[in-house]
Design a protein around this ligand. Structure first.
Ligand code: ZN
Length: 310
């Protein structure tokens, strides 16, 4: 790829590091669609490292985080966040991801080590790992009450489940494509894109996108392995020379846990539970689900939290 081409496919604010994880937004087709794409290779690798996930769980959790990042695109305020949650009957049992408006994401799955199923040689069967269940999305936009919506999983492959959620729960017709490629060396490529129809987009645009989505468009990880960046993937999918890139922003795996936050959640337990905890002479060890950081509270500290909580 020569220098000029690279500059053309560059959203304002996107990092100069060509291998970085980042998210871009764009509009196309006469403003009838909003388009987002993200590369998440490094952050999916980070999640795998933290949680020690097996290949199938790495893919499921990676797709889930990638989808959550795409859903988080309309967060604005510094304290806005989105929490996504799957509870299901497959071996992985469930996943939770949290993303903020600054592009920080963190996640965990209930069972990090699950058996590998294949749909065909070389293609993991993620639906078999996830199973049937419910996807819940909580958007906390700093208002009194967060927006909570949930829908049943329709495929367990996650991308289609996010698109179904957006269509049913938020009345936004969307195409969502997510991909994570793992091999013995870890996460090779990961990313995704989401195309959303504006309310005034007519049937013609909807049908055009439908044809693109079902017409054998290559998977995201294949496009990434061919050296395409998120901007280029949107350009290829939409086929609109007038596509306009609006923003680019780095995304990363980050956890905001701290001793103070752990103290606050202990305080919230209330007197009875804290008394019980304070009865153990060894104190207690708490571990953050998202990053694995450990926090020890000895007996005297728990007693102090208890007396402050009263
Ligand atoms: Zn943490």
């Amino acid at each position: 790829m020569n220098r000029i081409k690279r500059d053309f496919y560059h959203a304002p604010g996107a990092p100069e590091d060509l291998d970085a994880d980042y998210k871009v937004t764009a509009t196309a087709l006469d403003g009838k669609v909003r388009a987002l794409a993200v590369r998440t290779t490094r952050l999916c690798g980070k999640a795998m490292e933290i949680h020690g996930t097996s290949p199938s769980a790495t893919v499921a959790l990676g797709r889930f985080m990638t989808g959550t990042l795409l859903l988080a695109a309309n967060l604005k305020g510094e304290n806005d966040s989105i929490t996504t949650n799957i509870r299901s009957d497959g071996p992985i049992r469930g996943m939770t991801a949290v993303c903020d408006s600054l592009g920080n994401v963190k996640a965990y799955c209930i069972e990090p080590v699950v058996e590998t199923f294949h749909r065909e040689p070389g293609k993991l069967d993620i639906a078999a790992v996830v199973g049937k269940g419910i996807l819940t999305v909580v958007r906390d936009l700093g208002l009194k009450e967060p927006y909570v919506g949930s829908t049943e999983l329709i495929s367990g492959e996650i991308g289609e489940d996010f698109a179904h959620f957006l269509g049913v729960s938020e009345q936004t017709r969307s195409v969502v494509s997510l991909g994570v490629l793992v091999d013995s060396g870890g996460v090779r490529h990961a990313g995704g894109f989401m195309i959303q129809l504006m309310p005034d987009a007519g049937q013609e645009v909807a049908e055009y996108l439908e044809r693109r989505a079902t017409g054998g468009f290559p998977g995201v990880t294949f496009l990434l392995s061919e050296g395409m960046n998120p901007e280029k993937i949107l350009d290829m999918f939409l086929g609109d020379p007038e596509i306009r890139y609006l923003t680019g922003r780095p995304v990363q795996y980050a956890c905001s846990c701290s001793r103070e936050r752990m103290e606050r959640s202990l305080t919230a337990l209330g007197n009875k539970d804290l008394s019980e905890l304070a009865s153990d002479p060894a104190g207690i060890n708490l571990e953050c689900h998202f990053c694995g950081s450990g926090y020890h509270f000895d007996r005297a500290e728990i007693e102090e939290i208890r007396s402050n909580a009263m």
